[in-house]
Design a binder for this molecule. Structure first.
Ligand SMILES: C[S@@+](CC[C@H](N)C(=O)[O-])C[C@H]1O[C@@H](n2cnc3c(N)ncnc32)[C@H](O)[C@@H]1O
Length: 287
């Protein structure tokens, strides 16, 4: 993950009052400086900043009129390297569910209306949006993200995105975003307090065709899922713990999870630990 010491928040080149207000608020949330743009290029803003003896900035969170983007100076001008919120495949997955189709993740989670889901690896929130739509307003989805930049981009995106059906937008607005390490969050939760706990760690080898994910990679934590977090997930879940891995990956084997859900041609599979009344895991995991 890129160090927070090298990041500032600014607006688009001629950002107005609303953008400045939001940029200041995000700078406070991230505990990084807000810098006025005043029509200058990002490089010029970074140069001026370092002339004041405050070190070299490497990236900006940029509050634009219609979205918030994250730009690394080494990528400046390469529009497809910018990170910004998008719901990824969530909208097409929900469309399929609406037409009676299946979704591997929903199947692996055994998800239904009213369920409470703890998504321990929120990222840009695509999976959380699908979960939130399935569990509906009687349910609850909490998403934990360790990267402060990703947590802010996702929180603001879920709050302000407009290009979807009203029921999907409501599902997005209901997701509770928590910035932090899932292990800390899990340790603070009572036993059996969520129906489903899910983990979707970064794949060690990227799926190269996944273009939408590429700009988030420098901001994400690539640490493998620790056994301790999985154990805590099994304590906090009432019904299931679900872990995503790439198809034929070795993470589920490492974690001792044998029960899998995944279509033969899919690039990913889900390890499923079903918990009985005593919270004992079935489907593997000798943890
Ligand atoms: C593969 S992405 C998740 C994508 C997500 N499921 C989606 O649909 O957008 C994994 C995310 O988990 C985050 N992460 C990794 N370790 C974490 C931890 N210990 N606590 C919270 N988030 C973590 C990474 O920063 C990254 O954003």
């Amino acid at each position: 993950m890129i160090s927070m010491d090298r990041i500032a928040v600014t607006t688009s080149a001629r950002g107005g009052h609303c953008q400045v207000d939001l940029a200041r608020r995000l700078a406070d949330d991230l505990d990084v400086p807000f810098v006025r743009r005043m029509g200058r290029s990002l490089e010029a803003v970074a140069d001026r900043y370092s002339e004041d003896g405050r070190g070299r900035l490497e990236a900006f969170v940029v509050v634009e009129a219609s979205r918030i983007s994250v730009v690394r100076l080494e990528d400046a001008g390469r529009r497809n390297a910018e990170l910004f919120f998008h719901p990824g495949m969530a909208l097409s997955r929900i469309r399929r569910l609406k037409h009676g189709g299946a979704d591997q993740m929903v199947e692996a989670m055994g998800l239904s209306r009213g369920d409470h889901v703890l998504d321990c690896t929120l990222g840009l929130g695509s999976d959380a949006i699908v979960s939130s739509w399935v569990v509906g307003s009687e349910g609850r989805v909490v998403g934990v993200e360790i990267s402060p930049v990703l947590a802010v981009i996702t929180r603001e995106g879920l709050r302000s995105y407009t290009e979807a059906d009203p029921d999907v937008l409501c599902a997005m607005r209901r997701i509770e975003v928590v910035c932090g390490n899932h292990l800390d969050y899990l340790e603070g939760r009572p036993d059996r307090s969520f129906d489903v706990v899910s983990f979707d760690p970064m794949f060690r080898e990227p799926v190269t065709t996944s273009v939408g994910i590429a700009p988030m990679r420098p901001w994400a934590s690539h640490d493998p899922l620790p056994e301790k977090a999985l154990r805590e997930g099994m304590r906090v879940a009432r019904r299931r713990v679900v872990i995503k891995d790439r198809a034929n990956g070795d993470d589920l084997d490492r974690l001792g999870v044998s029960a899998r859900v995944g279509a033969a041609k899919s690039r990913q599979e889900y390890g499923v630990i079903s918990l009985d009344e005593e919270g004992m895991g079935k489907g593997g995991s000798s943890l």
